[in-house]
Ligand binder design. Structure first.
Ligand code: MF3
Ligand code: CO
Ligand code: CO
Length: 329
């Protein structure tokens, strides 16, 4: 008889199976990469496209009206691209096939897939399966029934980047993993709802962490949200846990991502020898959702909301604790 999720684990750890070895029996292993895909010369490229090295400056992403208009377009394209690639998720489909779909759509639209050659990343999207936390490299591994897969897409168009990701269910997924995915989606919503001008960035992670802990999950601390605009990653850094050091004040016109990675286990990672793939050290699953956010005069706007989806998760209620309220001018 198969072990149920709440049965004691077979390894005699005393833990429930779902908190211990479940999902670790068949760890994700590195597959084979297809050759690097190319982007036509006619498509505008970010600074790192040829060398792999982005400019070392880390500015705060703060936009005027024209910059905001450009961010809106880049983010709308990223949102549609994520929907398109997500529709192709099914058992038997390889993550490289998903990368090909994303890459070809970028070429068709005349936009640059931001991950491609960013610090040497070899593919056009990130695909992170099960215990892979983030930065998974698309390869020839077919998705299996019961997997979770996070697709992270970013596009560069008209001088700015738009960045979004979501976790998709592959076929018939166990109830514990489905719950993880739902709570992670809620964590992003809580983080977004905490955004308001005049508050410190730390209120975002404070809200996310409270919700994750309420459900018995942990927050991955190593990877943070980030300012985004002319640069793929810039200031501010947006921790997904309560970090008192994240003292930057949110200002209207600022754009950054919120992208919590929520773990069933302790959420500590190790990095594969490919230099990218971050997996949980305990082998337990994580989920992630990401939006690019604009700070507005009254709260926030989600720039990567897919068409037809309404912003049911904003604008901001008062922050839970100790946060400065929006200034009246
Ligand atoms: N899109 C990821 C993020 O949310 C970054 C991917 S970097 C890459 O920040 F090089 F792996 F593409
Ligand atoms: Co991303
Ligand atoms: Co991001």
């Amino acid at each position: 008889m198969a072990l149920g999720p709440n049965d004691p684990c077979w390894c005699f750890s005393g833990q429930k199976y779902k908190r211990c070895h479940r999902g670790r029996e068949a760890p994700v292993v590195a597959g084979t990469l297809s050759p690097m895909r190319t982007v036509p010369e006619s498509i505008e490229r970010p600074d790192y496209a040829l060398t792999g090295q982005p400019a070392p400056v880390r500015a705060v992403a703060l936009h005027d009206a024209d910059g905001i208009a450009r961010m809106r377009r880049a983010c709308a394209i990223a949102a549609d691209l994520l929907t398109l690639v997500g529709e192709a998720v099914a058992p038997g489909v390889t993550t490289d096939e998903l990368d090909a779909i994303a890459h070809e759509e970028c070429v068709r639209l005349g936009v640059y897939p931001s991950p491609l050659n960013y610090r040497g990343f070899p593919k056009s999207i990130c695909t992170s399966v099960n215990e892979v936390i983030c930065h998974g490299i698309p390869d020839d591994r077919p998705l299996a029934d019961g997997d979770l897969v996070n697709l992270d897409v970013t596009v560069y168009v008209d001088g700015v980047h738009g960045d979004t990701n979501a976790t998709f269910l592959v076929g018939d997924v166990d109830a514990g993993s489905r719950r993880l995915v739902e709570v992670t989606r809620e964590c992003l919503a809580r983080g977004i709802a905490a955004v308001a001008p005049g508050r410190e960035v730390s209120v975002i992670g404070e809200a996310i962490e409270a919700h994750a802990h309420e459900h018995g999950y942990s927050v991955v601390r190593t990877f943070a949200g980030h300012g985004i605009g002319h640069q793929f990653h810039c200031e501010p850094t947006v921790p997904h846990y309560h970090d008192r050091r994240a003292r930057m004040e949110m200002l209207p016109g600022m754009t950054f991502t919120i992208e919590p990675m929520i773990a069933m286990g302790v959420g500590r990672e190790r990095i594969w020898s490919d230099g990218w793939t971050a997996v949980t050290a305990d082998g337990l699953r994580t989920a992630q959702f990401e939006h690019t956010i604009l700070v507005t005069e009254s709260g926030s706007e989600i720039l990567t909301l897919p068409e037809g989806e309404t912003a049911a998760w904003g604008p901001a209620p008062p922050a839970a604790t100790g946060a400065a309220e929006p200034r009246s001018t």
